[in-house]
Design a protein around this ligand. Structure first.
Ligand code: V47
Length: 378
């Protein structure tokens, strides 16, 4: 046997033995046999203290699905307004119209933001905002038209499922018809925000005015059936139980079984500063890695799991590439939502830094577009 193959065999034997020692033998067997994990398995993984064992299981699945490729995108975030009628307790971004911190961009201001970065190879505009009480439906169509006029080839990933339900009310149309109109105006896909934790107890305690979880899923599935791919998120690390996390993940898995329209899942680490829940502690590195790993293991039908460097920091996001993540999101350019809640990361990152982080993790950096078409392999 060649020395490399010997070392690999030894590595596999030792990782398998520590997975067994961590009490994850049955889950290992299921993963090896391609058997779907149950809610109990999900809880068992969340409760397991051996983060390396949980991570190594997730890493097997990541490797099986994505090989050595790790994706990133050249994107620009735009938050057209923070005025919001929902005022969720975990959110530092949303403000009442009368607040001194409230803002609302005109379509021309958004156009200027696009024009200002025309010399950068941006392929995606990620655009979300609060639920504004009086902007008309035409404003949102003008935003899409305005962006496309300046950057015709860019992919616009905009409006969470929560915003889409609000826009449908404004338009006086069904969600399906509203999505068709937005698509016609230039919408390319939907980001994964607003999912929070689907469980009604959590919604009632943290965001009682927000679209219920079941309806969030309905909007996502309608988008998929109308040719729009979407992402999905879970905001963890506040008052949710492990059971509620697992329930959330399994609801997403069920929806994906029905439509196959989700591209990526992004666990979002709760940032408490400047929120009504500011007495809560920040998440820990172990919990951040565990959410990536458990998501990779339970969401067997999601092609991609993102380690969003804005929320967990570029260094932990790099480590997360060995715990189930295969995507680092992107350059972002001007993140606002997490920074208003005390994020200590930069508001943007260079593509060269992303490439370096990915390479040093032993992976192949792949610049992608929103739909995961390869733009460049490094
Ligand atoms: O919808 C709000 C969450 C989301 C806080 O789809 C908070 O690729 C942490 O959805 N601490 C916006 N999170 C971000 C988002 C996103 C980000 C990157 C990529 C994608 C994607 C989606 O952030 C909100 C809400 O769920 N959020 N407040 C907070 N204090």
């Amino acid at each position: 046997m060649k020395p490399g193959a010997k070392a690999r065999l030894f590595y596999c034997m030792t990782t398998e033995s520590f997975i067994r020692q961590a009490g994850l033998e049955t889950i290992l067997e299921k993963i090896e046999a391609g058997v779907r994990l149950s809610a109990e398995d999900g809880l068992h993984l969340y409760r397991c203290d051996d983060i390396l064992a949980v991570g190594s299981l997730a890493d097997r699945v990541r490797s099986r699905l994505n090989g050595d490729k790790t994706y990133f995108i050249y994107n620009q975030h735009i938050n057209y307004s923070n005025i919001c009628t929902n005022l969720c307790k975990f959110c530092a971004f949303g403000k009442e119209k009368e607040s001194k911190l409230a803002y609302q961009m005109t379509v021309d201001e958004v156009r200027k933001k696009i024009r200002d970065r025309l010399d950068e190879p941006i392929t995606e505009i990620h655009m979300v905002g609060g639920l504004h009480p009086d902007l008309p439906f035409s404003y949102y169509l003008d935003l899409l038209h305005g962006i496309k006029e300046i950057r015709p080839s860019v992919h616009i990933q905009a409006f969470t499922c929560v915003e889409i339900a609000h826009l449908a009310e404004l338009a006086g149309k069904s969600v399906a018809d509203t999505l068709d109109i937005l698509k016609e105006a230039g919408l390319g896909s939907l980001p994964g925000g607003g999912a929070e934790v689907f469980n009604p107890r959590i919604r009632q305690l943290t965001c009682d005015k927000k679209l219920p979880g079941e309806e969030w899923l309905q909007v996502a599935k309608t988008a998929h059936r109308h040719g729009l791919r979407t992402n999905a998120t879970m905001l963890y690390g506040h008052i949710e139980t492990l059971e509620e996390r697992v329930e959330h993940l399994l609801a997403l898995r069920q929806a994906q079984d029905e439509t196959g329209g989700f591209l990526a899942f992004i666990p979002l680490a709760f940032h408490p500063k400047n929120t009504e829940m500011s007495s809560l502690a920040k998440t820990t590195g172990i919990d951040d890695l565990k959410n990536i790993a458990v998501a990779r293991l339970l969401l067997d039908n999601f092609p991609h799991i993102k380690a969003y460097w804005v929320m967990i920091g570029p260094k932990l996001a790099q480590i997360a590439l060995s715990f189930g993540a295969d995507d680092m999101d992107g350059t972002v350019k001007e993140e606002v939502i997490t920074h208003m809640a005390g994020a200590e990361t930069e508001q943007a990152i260079g593509s060269d830094t992303l490439v370096r982080l990915i390479k040093e993790a032993g992976r192949i950096p792949v610049e992608r577009d929103t739909l995961y078409n390869v733009i460049r392999t490094y």
